[in-house]
Design a binder for this molecule. Structure first.
Ligand SMILES: CC(=O)N[C@H]1[C@@H](OP(=O)(O)OP(=O)(O)OC[C@H]2O[C@@H](n3ccc(=O)[nH]c3=O)[C@H](O)[C@@H]2O)O[C@H](CO)[C@@H](O)[C@@H]1O[C@H](C)C(=O)N[C@@H](C)C(=O)N[C@H](CCC(=O)O)C(=O)O
Ligand SMILES: Nc1ncnc2c1ncn2[C@@H]1O[C@H](COP(=O)(O)OP(=O)(O)OP(=O)(O)O)[C@@H](O)[C@H]1O
Ligand SMILES: N[C@H](CCC[C@H](N)C(=O)O)C(=O)O
Ligand SMILES: [Mg+2]
Length: 485
């Protein structure tokens, strides 16, 4: 049991109606989830305003409410606290409710357009292998030591986030590695968390539906570094044109990694194959199981982080060389007829280009590249033609299909993608709305040695159409076509 007075510690509120001396059973920001004794935080969202649900929350048993505006009719039995920003307040009270778990372990956050899941997962796998108890919060799954907890977001809401961190503390975790999405920073999901360090991967085109402009997307990422404490580290990619910008106002120790520029941690690619990378990393030659230049960046960021967390260099490199990262990132299979299939979560123009240029760099001769690609519905529409354009530039054949159409018409999403197809390439482009059929067609078209890339869905085990999630797994489909299932 926790008292309201403990939970609001550090919270700047302008008015308190009632007494802070009440016991709170739960912190809740969705009226539908209120249980008797809850503290309800009214947050205004992208669809509705939580303030409109205060009455419902009280009816369901909320005994205290945090809000930006007091409702017209305030009953005497409920405590009301007025704040300037409810989203910030939610972060603070959620952390206090769980007794600030981020103060009790070393929390490392990863932000950037691409590579967050890969880096957070590699760090988790590395530190587990080094013998530590660890937690992971990622797009694919959350983990507490070896226990897997399904994830709903890249970065959970503040209540779920602090609850998971608290479970990690209870399970004795020394570290937690988490992804920090730009939505999470903008919506203040990470408020009041204490980070031991932050990592920046890169910044390219995504989520402009939500952030509206590239600058505000960039500023959301930067705000994460602005908030790091002065005894923490801020590690950036010096090869990315926004890398230094991220660290402009941070109080944390500034560190960098790079393959091309001057940096604190450097690596060079010596060999790049379908089964791995040979890197000269911090003056040591090491073979890794991860594929592609972009993974050289991810591996280097992980290595640098391990050094900043005072780990032993040779143990780290030995362990890192065995790891394969997150599922659905450049997953590679060969059919009996020697067709190569790759499943990758590339869902931004930059990621599509990186994966395809990696395939180009590795293939030996005249093998053809067939790309199967869709774009998500209810997400950034402006990336659709660019993703299609990039796919066409780097493939011999492209099959445009559905990703997760969500509430949108799949045929219209494909039309939006077609806008990016060069007329001269049109005869090499097919449009097949049914993703299963699209994959089947790619497999029929492929000749021995050819490479099929299934882009966009990676680890996802579902396809969301009109609010319904049907089971769908790119790798399963590929293996079925290859006669391996
Ligand atoms: C666009 C977006 O980020 N939306 C998130 C946001 O919801 P919202 O602003 O739409 O909320 P809303 O429906 O307007 O409701 C406003 C408030 O009223 C409350 N409410 C609402 C109805 C009601 O009856 N009673 C009630 O109290 C809601 O609980 C909420 O507090 O806040 C919710 C609670 O935290 C999130 O679940 C929700 O994520 C949605 C499901 C989502 O799809 N988000 C994606 C875009 C997202 O966050 N993605 C990022 C990055 C992805 C990546 O690149 O990896 C992520 O971190 O996962
Ligand atoms: N460092 C990188 N630079 C550019 N592209 C990358 C990098 N790492 C991975 N990718 C590409 O981006 C895809 C997504 O990678 P990952 O899941 O690690 O990114 P993420 O940042 O977690 O994405 P999300 O925002 O959806 O959570 C990969 O499948 C790969 O195609
Ligand atoms: N976490 C990202 C991933 C998108 C993956 C793609 N498969 C899609 O559904 O658009 C998002 O929610 O924008
Ligand atoms: Mg991710």
């Amino acid at each position: 049991m926790r008292y309201l007075s403990d939970i609001v510690e550090g919270l700047a509120f302008t008015e308190l109606q009632g007494s802070a001396d009440v016991e709170i059973t739960a912190v809740v920001f969705d009226s539908r989830k209120v249980v008797p004794g809850s503290l309800f935080v009214a947050v205004s969202g992208t669809v509705v305003d939580g303030h409109d649900y205060i009455e419902q929350a009280v009816k369901q048993g909320a005994i205290a409410v945090i809000c930006e505006e007091l409702p017209a009719h305030v009953t005497g039995e409920v405590d009301f606290l007025m704040v300037a920003d409810s989203a910030v307040a939610l972060g603070i009270v959620a952390a206090n409710f769980y007794d600030n778990p981020s103060d009790k372990l070393k929390l490392v956050g990863v932000t950037g357009t691409n590579g967050k899941t890969t880096i957070a997962t590699l760090l988790y796998q590395l530190f587990r292998d080094l013998g530590y108890k660890c937690g992971l919060l990622s797009t694919v799954e959350n983990q507490i030591n070896d226990k897997v907890i399904p994830s709903t977001h890249t970065t959970p809401d503040p209540v779920a986030l602090n609850s998971l961190l608290n479970d990690m503390v209870v399970q004795g975790c020394d570290y937690c590695f988490m992804e920090v999405s730009s939505h999470a920073v903008a919506q203040r999901r990470i408020e009041r968390l204490k980070f031991a360090g932050g990592i920046f991967t890169n910044l390219t085109h995504d989520h402009l539906d939500y952030h509206k402009t590239f600058d505000s997307y960039r500023d959301a990422k930067k705000a994460f570094f602005d908030g790091l404490p002065k005894n923490g580290f801020a590690l950036t990619n010096a090869d990315d044109k926004n890398g230094n910008f991220m660290l402009q106002n941070t109080k944390a120790h500034r560190k960098s990694y790079a393959l091309k520029s001057m940096a604190d941690y450097r690596a060079k690619i010596l060999e790049s194959q379908f089964d791995g990378l040979l890197l000269n990393i911090d003056s040591e030659e090491v073979w890794f199981r991860m594929v592609g230049t972009f993974n050289a960046y991810n591996l280097l960021a992980v290595y640098a982080t391990a050094m900043l967390l005072d780990q032993d260099k040779s143990k780290v490199l030995t362990s890192l060389s065995k790891l394969s990262g997150a599922v659905g990132r450049f997953d590679y299979v060969v059919a009996p007829n020697k067709v190569i299939g790759i499943v990758d979560y590339a869902h931004t123009p930059d990621a599509v280009q990186n994966v395809l240029s990696t395939i180009h760099g590795i293939r030996k001769g005249s093998e053809k590249v067939i790309t199967v690609l869709g774009c998500g519905g209810d997400r950034d529409k402006t990336k659709r033609p660019i993703m299609a354009k990039v796919a066409c530039e780097w493939s011999d054949k492209v099959i445009l299909t559905s990703d997760n159409p969500r509430s949108e018409d799949p045929a219209q999403i494909i039309e939006d993608m077609k806008e990016g197809v060069d007329p001269a390439f049109k005869r090499n482009v097919l449009a097949i709305t049914d993703r299963r059929e699209a994959i089947k067609t790619a497999c029929h078209l492929a000749q021995p040695g050819d490479v099929i890339l299934l882009a966009g869905k990676g680890h996802e085990k579902y396809q969301e159409i009109n609010g319904v999630r049907n089971h769908f797994d790119d790798m399963e489909e590929l293996l079925a076509q290859f006669g391996q299932m």
